[in-house]
Design a protein around this ligand. Structure first.
Ligand SMILES: [Zn+2]
Length: 817
């Protein structure tokens, strides 16, 4: 099968053309506010001593960004349209480093307001710029359902560089097509598809109109927060700030280490009784919005924080128990740049605004407005982050319409280190699953890596949309099931029993590498899951997202994601699902667990060095401590591999085409004149040990042959499902080839070579290999050091602790009473 037909030259030209006109600097000055204003800056127009206001007029339709920095305290920022009270953009981080970006039409008279919320800084520097958007070539985006008869066809589809959704199932994957070029790729590669949504912008308008009706009809929703509309980026900040302010005994703010490309802070909150203590409770991590357009994933992560806080305040026994025995970290928006671009584009369609066709509120639909709406619509379906190595410069993500295959950025959920660079990720900048220039090259994945390396996170959910899935490793079938499969599956199944989703391996959707839990599970041992929330799209009507939470969808079989998250939180608390260290040490001393190791990627010779470093402070008059930790041995080495050989591998066998086939009209049930079957017997007997058979056909790169391997029946005919398939049309220099392996081959096999689009013959070889040397399951240790409250290391020792084990530790004298 061929990869996508667009050459690199064409892509490079498209990229140059995609660079927008240069930015207009509208304002750059120091502003001051004599006193603090105790009112949100992002919920309306503000005035008075705590607010600095500046008016400006949009020189062209497009993107507008305000930035503010102050020396200290909390400042917030907003751009408002006084004529219709539209909140054009906002930024409400807990500090004084703000970035507010939105869209506005030419001639809009706007006000930027800087609000001093608290702290001693009475001045701040404020700048404002606008970038015009020429969206005259923005294509129509449509959602299609592509037939994929088997896993291999799914992976071939993955290779076409289309914008695949996470929505797939038995026999299909859904994809977003950006115009006829994308549709032609499906046709050229014999993929049948049906169109589900011909124009996603029409769908968006309908969905947002439904949201406006829902919000008008309901003062509150069944979400714990009661919200009735999708949050914008600044709403998340406002909500987290309010939770911290109103619940200092229960919630503390977290700022992740790395800012986004556009200079945004990435924030979260930690929820526990005594939230700031460094104790030994296990941690549950809730993540949302790695992918920009997946708005419900941030909503559900954020609502889990409200569920815990509200439940605790109302005296709910289950919540009180969990909040006292665990810690919960919520990072609702991992990718704030991408989310802001997507969410602000979607905002133009409504929540009742009707701005899609009338951006300046003049009551008319004119061309400029329509074009701006069409452009921002494309950004609404942005998936990736806002890395633009070829321009435009930082701050301009929203000014670059994300036009399918020419959309820039890195997929943060293909950028994690473990297995980075393998199947199900692209090395090409413009593709939707572009993995980035190197493992952990992106601030988004690096933030989560650093967070998870410094804490004992025993359970993790990374939320996405959509497909109704609870996914667990492995992301690639060849990795084999994990050493923790029984408890992993049991937890996945029990969560799926609540939300009605399908509990399955990651690769059953399609191959992926470099994902969050690829790394988090294999490096830390904490159980990580991907949720693909819902079935109705990346951000369906808000009411549906509430139903997913409550379990009132048609397919929910229990209490929805709310109930599923309780299962995850209870697993977090359950010491039999991770490990526990217990003992006595001097009160006030610090215990520290460290571990350094190399994590493999999918690229030969490339590894990333991981360093885990977590600590707790002993806080007990008698020095008793209990520390919930992940097992000391990584899952990757806890399993045995290989075996001792019982003989030698057999010599290679050759086979070759007989000629006379014609290209297959139907790939999945091919007519007999389009393929050849070749019978291969695997030698066996005394002195022979064939642990692996590798089938390979080679041909000139102008031809495209595909290969399937079947078990042979007694008559020498193919039987059952294919045991191995290769259909990628890979080339190695001037050679086309297909290659597939069978582990522990026995008996006879039929090699079926299908004529996909071939003009000349092929030659085939089967080679045999003996087993790889036996690798016993390994045990790895943490280094446990004991430090004085001032950080002086008194002693260090190795600690081995297995999953489910509660280990009583006898510490050295200088560390215990
Ligand atoms: Zn996603």
């Amino acid at each position: 099968m061929k990869f996508g037909g667009i050459g690199l030259v064409a892509l490079a030209i498209a990229l140059v053309l995609a660079v927008p006109a240069s930015a207009a600097d509208l304002l750059s000055q120091t502003v001051s506010a004599a006193s603090a204003v105790d009112k949100s800056c992002t919920s309306g127009e503000r005035s008075g001593a705590g607010v600095a206001r500046r008016s400006f007029t949009m020189p062209a339709g497009g993107e507008v960004t305000a930035r503010l920095t102050a020396a200290s305290g909390d400042w917030d920022l907003a751009i408002v349209d006084p004529s219709d009270h539209r909140m054009v953009a906002g930024s409400a981080y807990s500090g004084a480093s703000e970035v507010a970006s939105g869209f506005a039409a030419v001639g809009n008279n706007l006000v930027v307001q800087a609000c001093r919320r608290s702290g001693g800084s009475s001045t701040a520097s404020l700048s404002l710029e606008s970038i015009p958007i020429d969206a005259s070539k923005a294509p129509t985006a449509s959602l299609v359902r592509v037939a994929t008869a088997n896993l291999d066809r799914k992976n071939e589809l993955q290779g076409l560089g289309l914008d695949l959704t996470e929505h797939g199932g038995a026999g299909f994957v859904e994809a977003v097509l950006y115009g006829p070029v994308d549709a032609q790729k499906l046709v050229d590669n014999n993929f049948a598809y049906t169109t589900e949504v011909p124009d996603l912008s029409v769908q968006s308008r309908q969905d947002r109109a439904a949201d406006a009706q829902f919000a008008a009809a309901n003062a509150t929703s069944d979400f714990p927060s009661g919200r009735t509309t999708y949050r914008r980026l600044f709403d998340y900040s406002e909500d987290m700030k309010a939770l911290v302010r109103d619940n200092p005994d229960l919630v503390r703010p977290i700022t992740l280490n790395n800012k986004s490309y556009e200079g945004r802070t990435v924030e979260g909150i930690e929820i526990a009784t005594n939230p700031s203590a460094r104790d030994g409770r296990p941690v549950f991590l809730q993540l949302g919005v790695h992918h920009a357009r997946e708005w419900p994933s941030g909503e559900h992560a954020m609502e889990w924080a409200y569920e815990l806080v509200n439940g605790y305040r109302s005296g709910d026994a289950r919540v009180r128990d969990l909040v006292s025995r665990t810690r919960t970290i919520v990072v609702p928006i991992v990718n704030p740049d991408g989310f802001n671009a997507s969410r602000e584009a979607g905002e133009l369609y409504g929540n009742g605004g009707g701005h899609a066709t009338d951006l300046n509120g003049d009551g008319e639909v004119d061309d400029v407005e329509f074009i701006a709406a069409a452009s921002t619509h494309i950004n609404e379906y942005r998936r990736k982050n806002c890395r633009f190595p070829f321009g435009p410069p930082a701050g301009n993500c929203m000014a670059q319409p994300d036009q399918g295959v020419v959309g820039g950025g890195v997929d943060p959920n293909r950028n994690y280190g473990a297995f980075w660079g393998g199947n199900g990720s692209s090395d090409t900048y413009v593709e939707q699953d572009y993995r980035g220039p190197g493992p952990f090259s992106e601030p988004e994945s690096q933030n989560i890596r650093e967070l998870a390396s410094g804490r004992q996170i025993t359970t993790l959910i990374t939320n996405h949309t959509f497909s109704g899935l609870v996914l667990r490793p492995p992301g690639v079938a060849a990795q084999g099931t994990t050493v923790d499969e029984p408890i992993y599956k049991a937890l996945g199944d029990s969560m799926a029993a609540e939300n009605g989703y399908s509990s399955q391996y990651g690769y059953q959707l399609y191959d992926t590498t470099g994902t969050t839990e690829d790394w988090s599970y294999n490096a830390t041992g904490g159980l990580g899951f991907t949720y693909e929330i819902g079935h109705l799209g990346f951000h369906p009507p808000f009411e549906v997202t509430v139903q997913e939470w409550e379990g009132t969808t048609d397919y929910a079989t229990g209490g929805g994601n709310r109930a599923a998250y309780y299962k995850a939180q209870e697993n977090t608390a359950d010491g039999t699902k991770h490990s526990v260290l217990a003992g006595q040490a001097l009160n006030g001393y610090v215990l520290r667990l460290t571990k350094t190791f190399d994590t493999p990627t999918s690229q030969d010779g490339l590894t990333v060095t991981d360093h885990l470093d977590s600590s707790m402070v002993v806080n007990d008059k008698k020095g008793a401590f209990e520390w919930h930790v992940n097992p000391s041995t990584r899952p990757l080495v806890a399993k045995s591999s290989g075996r001792d050989p019982t003989g030698d591998p057999s010599p290679p066998q050759q086979f070759e085409s007989r000629g006379g086939t014609t290209p297959c009209a139907d790939y999945d049930t091919p007519p007999p004149d389009c393929y050849e079957d070749h019978l291969i017997a695997v030698p066996s007997g005394a002195g022979i040990d064939n642990a692996k058979a590798t089938f390979r056909i080679e041909f000139s790169p102008v031809s495209d042959w595909d290969m399937k391997i079947y078990k042979a029946d007694a008559a020498g005919n193919a039987t059952g499902e294919a045991v191995a398939v290769s259909g990628h049309g890979a080339t190695d220099g001037n050679l086309g080839f297909e290659e597939a392996s069978v582990l522990d081959p026995a008996g006879s096999y039929v090699v079926r070579v299908q004529n996909y689009a071939a003009v000349d013959p092929w030659t085939g070889t089967v080679t045999f290999e003996g087993p790889s040397p036996y690798q016993a399951p390994q045990q790895e240790a943490y280094t446990l050091s004991c430090e004085t409250p001032q950080g002086v290391v008194k002693s260090a020792r190795q600690v081995f602790v297995a999953r489910g084990e509660r280990l009583a530790l006898e510490l050295r004298k200088d560390c215990r009473r």
